[in-house]
Ligand binder design. Structure first.
Ligand SMILES: Nc1ncnc2c1ncn2[C@@H]1O[C@H](COP(=O)(O)OP(=O)(O)OP(=O)(O)O)[C@@H](O)[C@H]1O
Length: 258
């Protein structure tokens, strides 16, 4: 039997009823993400990118069509799906280590010795060794976002959903975090669905880029990134990256009719 994709959107439609009427956020969205693939989603503001993540995360039910994770329809949040938001929303009174362990405390009400070791290993992996006992407000924005990534990885999810995770950071830290994410992804392979407004970030990080139209969001382009791995800072300057980015920009500036 063929292995199902990690994520599958099938003729997906999403509407919201609001006081000012019905909003059609997504229409006929259809694409798969195979296991351990890194896929970026680009699209204009309000085209339903975050809605796609909420559907996979089991925080929302589709109005029509299907959303599947490893071949099963998503009914509720799953342990094998981790999420990193734009802001890490850490517990301000808990240490960095306790913040990373939070999923265990939330699920079982306690944190075991192995889990503490796991949290410390993850903090080491995201470059925060020595900060375990600090409080969130003692860390910079970039460091706090690293804690958010460590927390999302804590339950060893197979799928990592990232909703503009670096958009609140300055340009240099953002680039550094992107490269660090690639290093983590290579060390602990994951299926990543990465929402961003940044063309260069999408191209630097992803295997494939999905470009969406303005609302109602539809897929207008599903395209492989023609850059070899491993990627690094030198990739940012490669001519092929510039050409590919220019192509994506043309789609976003003058999106085809949905
Ligand atoms: N719970 C909700 N109730 C009503 N409307 C909603 C709800 N969630 C999203 N929407 C609407 O659906 C559309 C898509 O929203 P979504 O946040 O997914 O877009 P986005 O592409 O992530 O936007 P941005 O890039 O600005 O973050 C928007 O018009 C938004 O106002």
């Amino acid at each position: 039997m063929q292995t199902p994709p990690a994520i599958s959107f099938q003729d997906l439609g999403q509407c919201f009823e609001t006081r000012s009427g019905r909003i059609e956020a997504l229409r006929g969205v259809e694409f798969d993400v195979v296991r351990h693939e890194f896929v970026a989603v680009l699209g204009p503001s309000g085209c339903g990118k975050s809605t796609l993540l909420r559907l996979i995360a089991g925080l929302l039910e589709p109005t029509s069509g299907r959303v599947e994770v490893f071949g099963s329809s998503v009914k509720e949040p799953r342990d094998d799906v981790g999420i990193v938001f734009q802001k890490p929303t850490l517990l301000p009174w808990a240490t960095i280590e306790d913040n990373v362990c939070f999923p265990a405390r939330h699920k079982r009400g306690r944190v075991g010795a192995n889990e503490r070791t796991r949290a410390r290993d993850l903090l080491d992996m995201v470059g925060l060794k020595g900060f375990e006992k600090r409080l969130p407000n003692e860390l910079s924005g970039g460091m706090q976002q690293r804690v958010g990534i460590a927390r999302a990885l804590f339950m060893r999810p197979d799928i990592l959903l990232m909703d503009e995770p670096f958009s609140a950071l300055d340009a240099l830290t953002r680039e550094e975090m992107g490269l660090e994410l690639l290093r983590i992804w290579e060390a602990e392979p994951k299926t990543v669905l990465f929402i961003t407004h940044s063309i260069s970030e999408a191209v630097l990080l992803a295997d494939r880029v999905i470009v969406m139209s303005a609302r109602p969001g539809r897929v207008i382009e599903d395209i492989k990134v023609p850059l070899p791995r491993p990627r690094g800072l030198e990739t940012s300057n490669a001519q092929v990256m510039n050409d590919f980015s220019a192509h994506l920009r043309s789609l976003l500036v003058a999106p085809r009719a949905a």
